[in-house]
Design a protein around this ligand. Structure first.
Ligand SMILES: NC(=O)c1ccc[n+]([C@@H]2O[C@H](COP(=O)([O-])OP(=O)(O)OC[C@H]3O[C@@H](n4cnc5c(N)ncnc54)[C@H](OP(=O)(O)O)[C@@H]3O)[C@@H](O)[C@H]2O)c1
Length: 235
């Protein structure tokens, strides 16, 4: 097995989160789910998932603590709904929520934290920031993950994908992959974001770096490990 710990998937019933769970299952990696709705989790993954669910919200410290005690690593694919004014704003979810999840995870002994963020978070004038400064809020969440998990004996991987699409399963395209915030625009399948997040568990070159990526030309891939290695070599 490529990674032998248990992975908590935060936002496991989201569109990317569901793919993360599927890829962990594909690789036979033990997993636990942090979700708002048990019913939605059962619908997505079937009754056999029932013992692997912790129900809660990223706003609630006790619910986070109950979930992270089941894990060795976290993959966070939570994101607020910026189009719905009835839901908590990005400041509550993508910034404060992510900071809380990262802080409590570390306090509870989690060694590895993988965060799905977004392209363009360092560009305050980006049009998406009209929606509750979502990109800036995500950057602040990222910063806290880097601060907490950049310490010795811990590791983080921050992933900044382009616009998310659902056009099929993983590993069907090359990636345009780098570090920093230089790619202006592009799209990527949620299944490939999940694949990148799961591979980051076991590829040493994925650790303590921030990656940006979009989809390249169609071509079946065995894995995305080489992309991490190339970027790490260039550092
Ligand atoms: N949309 C894009 O084009 C795009 C581009 C780049 C990056 N991203 C980022 O990529 C990530 C995944 O995006 P996605 O489109 O797959 O997301 P999604 O389908 O909207 O799923 C978001 C997940 O977050 C969960 N969530 C929301 N508020 C929560 C709260 N208060 N407590 C706990 N969980 C909460 C949702 O729970 P429920 O399942 O209960 O609703 C859901 O599981 C997000 O961080 C997003 O911002 C998106």
């Amino acid at each position: 097995m490529r990674y032998s710990g248990t992975v908590l998937v935060a936002g496991a019933t989201g569109r990317t989160g569901q793919w993360v769970v599927k890829r962990l299952q594909y690789y036979g990696i033990d997993h636990h789910l942090f979700v708002r709705s048990g019913e939605k989790a059962l619908e997505a993954f079937g009754p056999e998932i029932v013992d692997r669910i912790s129900i809660g919200r990223i706003e609630n410290q006790d619910e986070i603590d109950a979930a992270v005690k089941n894990a060795d690593a976290v993959i966070c694919a939570i994101g607020g709904n910026v189009m719905d004014p009835e839901t908590p704003p990005p400041s509550a979810i993508d910034r404060d929520g992510v900071m809380r999840l990262a802080f409590r995870s570390k306090e509870c002994g989690i060694k590895k934290f993988i965060l799905v963020s977004s392209l363009s978070v360092t560009k305050p004038d980006h049009p998406l920031n009209k929606y509750g400064n979502v990109l800036t809020m995500k950057l602040e969440g990222e910063n806290e993950v880097r601060r907490l998990y950049g310490e010795e004996d811990y590791s983080y991987t921050i992933l900044r994908p382009g616009g998310l699409i659902d056009e099929g399963g993983p590993l069907q395209h090359k990636l345009i992959f780098g570090t920093g915030d230089r790619i202006a625009t592009g799209t990527i399948n949620r299944s490939d974001v999940a694949e990148v997040a799961v591979e980051a568990l076991w590829v040493p070159e994925a650790h303590n770096l921030t990656f940006e990526f979009i989809q390249g030309e169609a071509a079946p891939q065995e894995s995305f490990e080489r992309y991490f290695k190339k970027v790490a070599q260039e550092q």
